[in-house]
Ligand binder design. Structure first.
Ligand code: RM4
Ligand code: MN
Ligand code: MN
Length: 426
């Protein structure tokens, strides 16, 4: 299924008047207050977030998986799903592949399909947290950190293979997330595990093309429960620094212990030019992988406020690889992704409304109340008309969820693919 331009403009007709009224009201108010509205809108239109290839299926938990009808059962269909998201929202112009869940069988055909839908290939993700069919070594006790050289070598080789696959598709980054760690005290030697991981990452780094980045993701727990080798941003940064200039830290929102100050983490990493990628999701308890903005939208805004500051003031930090890293236990995956994309745009738009000069002045005056007012005034603004305009300007729909339902996208997918299809992934 493909959504064409006519369907989009036909659909937009229903909502245009309402949108125009809301937009004019907001744009006037913002302009009066000194904002450059068209600049904000073009920043919003340009912002693109990658969709992970594993998020297009139903997901599940370790207690079970409830399938969702019409799931994509191969990479072609997954790209088609990203194409649907992108044509509606115009903010999902990239896909992030997880290998070996999504190894292309025909590179040329996949690239052509993605090109036709204006989808780029973002960072590729390696997987050394599951044993692969026919592999001679097991990752039960770790991969890049394993005490056995044979296991480490197999995991290094897998990462090099992933780089090779990504290279053929035009990806420019490898994301490494390790499940390595220990579930019981004494199970492993922290120093040896860390050093092995560093050495293995250096071997992978040596195979990185010049214009690529290595993104090192961290996570404090799960699937190991007592320790993880790359537990936090400090460990990730040490490993990235140990590899070289092309290695960076990747922050995933769900990979923090409760109440961690994530906005401060991203801020300092940008200052040091070492924030390479960002995974969006939301959570109540842990790595819940819930819809972005569904639980802590104010935190997301505070994080975006730092990201915007960094994008404007830290030229030493490269462009970031943005990705949604969520899993949909009970929702239609495409609807869930649309809600996440909206939440991201909303937090970004609100952060763009923070008057950085005014905030800096209030900080210098130690006017704590005013600092809070500045942030919260931005946060309390209903920016949805700006996001609608940003989408409209580049050919998207005013309300993606409404359009998705009105066009009966899921019904069409079920007709095309059948009911009981199952996507690869989590
Ligand atoms: C991990 C981590 C990685 C993702 C896998 C599927 O928790 O967030 O980024 O690749 O899940
Ligand atoms: Mn992640
Ligand atoms: Mn995760």
């Amino acid at each position: 299924m493909r959504i064409d331009k006519n369907q989009i403009s036909e659909y937009n007709k229903n909502e245009l008047q309402n949108h125009n009224e809301n937009f004019d009201f907001l744009a006037n108010r913002l302009t009066k207050n000194g904002y450059n509205v068209s600049d904000i809108i073009s920043k919003l239109s340009e912002f693109q977030v990658a969709i992970p290839s594993w998020a297009l299926g139903a997901g599940g938990t370790r207690f079970g998986r409830f399938g969702f009808y019409g799931e994509p059962s191969n990479l072609e269909e997954k790209i088609a799903d990203v194409g649907i998201l992108h044509s509606l929202t115009q903010t999902a112009g990239a896909v992030s592949l997880h290998i070996p869940w999504d190894v292309p069988s025909d590179y040329k055909a996949i690239k052509e399909k993605a090109d036709a839908l204006h989808i780029k290939f973002d960072a590729v993700n390696s997987n050394t947290f599951q044993d692969q069919n026919g592999a001679s070594e097991t990752y039960k006790y770790g991969s890049l950190s394993n005490t056995s050289k044979a296991v480490r070598d197999q995991a290094i080789q897998h990462n090099l293979d992933v780089i090779n696959i990504g290279d053929k598709l035009g990806s420019k980054a490898l994301t490494v997330w390790l499940a390595d760690g220990s579930s019981f005290p004494g199970q492993n030697n922290f120093q040896t595990a860390f050093q092995n991981t560093q050495d293995s990452l250096i071997d992978i780094y040596k195979g990185l093309p010049d214009d690529w980045k290595l993104l090192v993701e961290y996570k404090p727990y799960e699937p190991n429960f007592y320790s993880t080798v790359i537990q936090d941003w400090g460990a990730s940064l040490m490993l990235a620094n140990g590899c070289g200039d092309k290695a960076y830290t990747l922050v995933d929102l769900g990979h923090h212990l409760p109440n961690s100050n994530i906005e401060q983490i991203v801020s300092i990493l940008q200052l040091k030019g070492k924030l390479g990628g960002f995974h969006f999701n939301d959570s109540k308890y842990g790595d819940d992988d819930l819809t972005v903005g569904s639980i802590k939208p104010y935190s997301l805004f505070l994080i975006f406020n730092e990201l915007v500051y960094g994008m404007e003031n830290n030229p030493q930090n490269p462009d970031l690889a943005w990705m949604i890293d969520a899993s949909h236990n009970i929702k239609d995956p495409l609807e869930d992704l649309i809600q996440s994309l909206e939440a991201i745009q909303e937090a970004y738009a609100k952060a763009l409304l923070v008057d950085q000069n005014l905030l800096r002045a209030a900080q210098n005056d130690n006017d704590v109340v005013k600092c809070q007012e500045i942030l919260q005034n931005a946060y309390r603004t209903d920016v949805r008309p700006l996001i609608e305009k940003a989408r409209l300007n580049v050919g998207g729909v005013i309300s993606p969820i409404n359009a998705y339902r009105a066009l009966d996208v899921r019904g069409q997918l079920i007709k095309e693919r059948g009911k009981n299809t199952v996507a690869t992934g989590l």
